[in-house]
Design a protein around this ligand. Structure first.
Ligand code: MN
Length: 679
């Protein structure tokens, strides 16, 4: 990743035809003189670093001042030359950029780790409001440092830098939508923090690269011909590269094998206007079989971060699953370069519009900072950092105020974000004018009017259905104000219902031995206190369940999906098995009212959760007033299972969902079943 000043100038001239080469060269010579005699850890002269950072920035097509700022970025900090010297030689604007970067690095050195991370996070955001270019230089600086991180001898130091990068720089790159840079940073962090896993995936990717690139090539030429046959000639089509870290994360989060992710072909088609996007989609769907449920129209409904494209997955060349992204040039520019696209590439006419978009992002950032400033509790700050990692959605109050929430947030989340009191008394909601239950998941653009009632109050179950950490925090605060009797009652209820979800008989059937095991494990004085702490959220009911029943009785080993979280909480390493995920056979008995379409509705929910159905049987009960449906399913992990049970409960007319704990379900041979299917 080391580059020369000639390479920087060459790369910049491609998109900056009027580049003042002499000015750039003067900055280079100034920096080279200032850093004279300094040697980097990996053995090269120091000047290589600022020059390489400037080269990275040419990839973002930044302006001339930003390149000069990058060349000079370490001068006041690490040499005898001062900011005044820079101002004298290069003017106020450049000095302003360099000063911004110098300030950022000071924040790093002063505080202990936790504080410093938060501080630098804040500072960077605040600076972003002032000048986005300072952040871009800082990101390029970090990317180059990460690329040479192997030269740092102390492993603790490498880990610390990589963690900081993952926790602060990656989310910022993500926030600004600079995907290319974000992906590179992530892969370097991945390599530093989980070297074995990194190597393993790198190895697998090398093995598969050849056959993979052949299919991509053939897909591209086939699609080119089809588009031409439909009189579409002016487009770009390219294969999309997946980063190793993104593959790894999908393996861990979604429990998929390497090949399921890697072998999914990624192709991007870029056209001139929106009409053509839909034309391309039409051509693809006419010629190939689309995979159900995979068409996503982010042009009609952009993602909360403004991302636009059409995504569809088809069975392409040789039946290979291929995901297409279709977008216009403008959308492409924005998705590749993020905010930089607005800052540097828009003509005067579009500048205003772009600026508004940028400000919208900045507004969100400001809000986070405010919450952080007011928060006293440090654990709460950790939670908040987690929220920043997740995709956000934006929903509206009836008055039109925007509330931003993490992805998958529900109506309870929304209520607690507006106000603690509104959350506590929420009884239901009008979602876009229709009455919906509190558990309903929200999407960007939803208008939500919370309905409150005096009798209604927050309960322990909510703690397990909300998604935002702020809501969890506020629910717990409220539960702590309830009486001991009430908490014991709630604790009993949540434990009982959870036990039953897994096919056991309930709290009343627990043995004294099992109860004592829980009391001891959670360091409680007696059974009532244990229930009380379950009821107010001090003890997590899932931990209690895991203690009561062995993991295999529940559902196999649960894969740790919270990779990021583990780092934030400071544990050193997360162990994740790379082996293909286990499939667990699960037998569900579902009691429902007898109505037309019930079987189909439930089957749809199961398929919609990505669960494979092995066998179904139905039985009419109570002289036709209700039915019992039995499903034999293949479940990947406990999260998938819980989501599924929850979703089935939501189907209108479902009375009961029970898991049958027996090995009769294990006797169905999945291969035989597939044979039956294909006959
Ligand atoms: Mn630097």
């Amino acid at each position: 990743m080391n580059h020369s000043i000639e390479e920087v100038i060459k790369a910049a001239k491609i998109y900056l035809p009027n580049l003042n080469e002499r000015r750039l060269y003067r900055a280079y010579e100034f920096a080279a003189r200032a850093h004279e005699g300094q040697i980097r850890k990996e053995g090269s002269p120091y000047i290589v670093h600022p020059v390489s950072a400037a080269y990275i920035l040419t990839g973002l097509r930044v302006d001339e001042d930003t390149l000069i700022g990058a060349l000079l970025h370490d001068v006041p900090e690490d040499t005898t030359y001062t900011l005044e010297d820079i101002e004298k030689n290069f003017g106020k604007k450049i000095a302003f950029l360099v000063e911004g970067i110098t300030k950022l690095s000071k924040v790093h050195y002063r505080h202990n780790m936790e504080e410093r991370q938060i501080e630098s996070l804040k500072k960077m955001f605040i600076h972003s409001a002032q000048d986005i270019r300072i952040i871009l230089i800082k990101l390029a600086d970090r990317l180059h440092n990460m690329s040479t991180i192997g030269a740092i001898p102390k492993p603790e130091k490498r880990t610390r830098i990589a963690k900081e990068t993952l926790e602060i720089y990656v989310p910022i790159a993500n926030l600004l939508g600079i995907w290319e840079l974000k992906g590179q940073l992530e892969d370097l962090c991945f390599k530093t923090l989980l070297p074995e896993e990194f190597e393993h995936i790198e190895e697998l990717a090398k093995e598969s690269a050849l056959s993979h690139s052949d299919i991509v090539k053939r897909s591209i030429s086939q699609v080119k011909r089809m588009l031409a046959a439909n009189h579409l000639y002016d487009f770009e089509i390219e294969g999309r590269k997946k980063t190793l870290y993104s593959i790894y994360r999908k393996m861990v989060n979604k429990g998929r094998s390497f090949h399921e992710i890697y072998d999914l072909i990624g192709i991007r088609v870029i056209v001139d206007d929106i009409g053509e996007c839909y034309q391309v989609l039409g051509v693809l769907h006419q010629n190939y079989t689309p995979k159900l449920g995979r068409l996503k129209d982010y042009i009609a409904i952009p993602k909360s971060n403004g991302y636009q494209s059409i995504h569809t997955t088809i069975f392409g060349v040789d039946g290979a699953l291929s995901e297409f992204q279709i977008r216009t040039k403008e959308m492409h520019l924005e998705s590749e370069y993020g905010v930089a696209a607005h800052y540097f590439y828009t003509n005067e006419k579009d500048k205003k519009k772009s600026f508004k978009k940028m400000q919208k992002k900045a507004g969100w950032v400001k809000k986070i900072l405010e919450v952080q400033r007011n928060a006293q509790n440090s654990h709460y700050l950790d939670d908040l950092k987690l929220d920043i990692f997740q995709d956000r959605i934006f929903v509206f109050t009836p008055k039109g105020d925007v509330i931003d929430l993490p992805k998958d947030a529900n109506i309870i989340d929304m209520a607690f974000h507006v106000h603690s009191d509104l959350g506590r008394r929420a009884a239901g909601a009008l979602l876009n004018g229709t009455k919906e239950s509190l558990n309903t998941t929200l999407k960007t653009g939803d208008v939500v009017e919370i309905i409150t009632s005096e009798e209604s109050q927050a309960k322990i179950e909510w703690l397990y259905s909300v998604h935002a950490n702020l809501s969890k925090h506020r629910i717990k605060e409220f539960l702590k104000t309830l009486s001991t009797e009430k908490s014991i009652e709630s604790g009993w209820r949540i434990l009982d219902s959870r036990i039953k979800v897994y096919g056991y008989k309930g709290v009343n059937f627990l043995s004294e031995e099992q109860k004592n095991k829980l009391i001891e494990k959670f360091l409680q004085k007696n059974w009532d206190l244990l229930l009380c702490n379950l009821g107010n959220g001090n003890i997590n009911v899932n931990d209690a369940i895991a203690e009561l029943f062995s993991k295999s009785e529940l559902i196999g080993e649960e894969i740790n999906t919270d990779y990021m979280k583990a780092y934030v909480e400071g544990s050193d390493r997360v162990h994740v098995s790379i082996a293909p995920p286990k499939i667990h056979k699960v037998h569900l008995k579902i009691e429902t009212i007898n109505r037309v379409g019930m079987l189909r509705d439930i089957s749809d929910v199961i398929a919609g959760n990505g669960v494979n159905i092995l066998k179904i049987s139905t039985m009419i009960l109570n002289e036709g007033s209700s039915s019992e449906l039995e499903f034999f399913l293949e479940i990947r992990n406990i999260n998938q299972y819980e989501n599924l049970v929850y979703a089935i409960h939501e189907v209108p007319g479902v009375l009961k969902v029970n898991r049958v704990q027996s090995d009769e379900s294990a006797q169905i041979n999945s291969n035989d079943f597939h044979k039956e299917l294909s006959q």
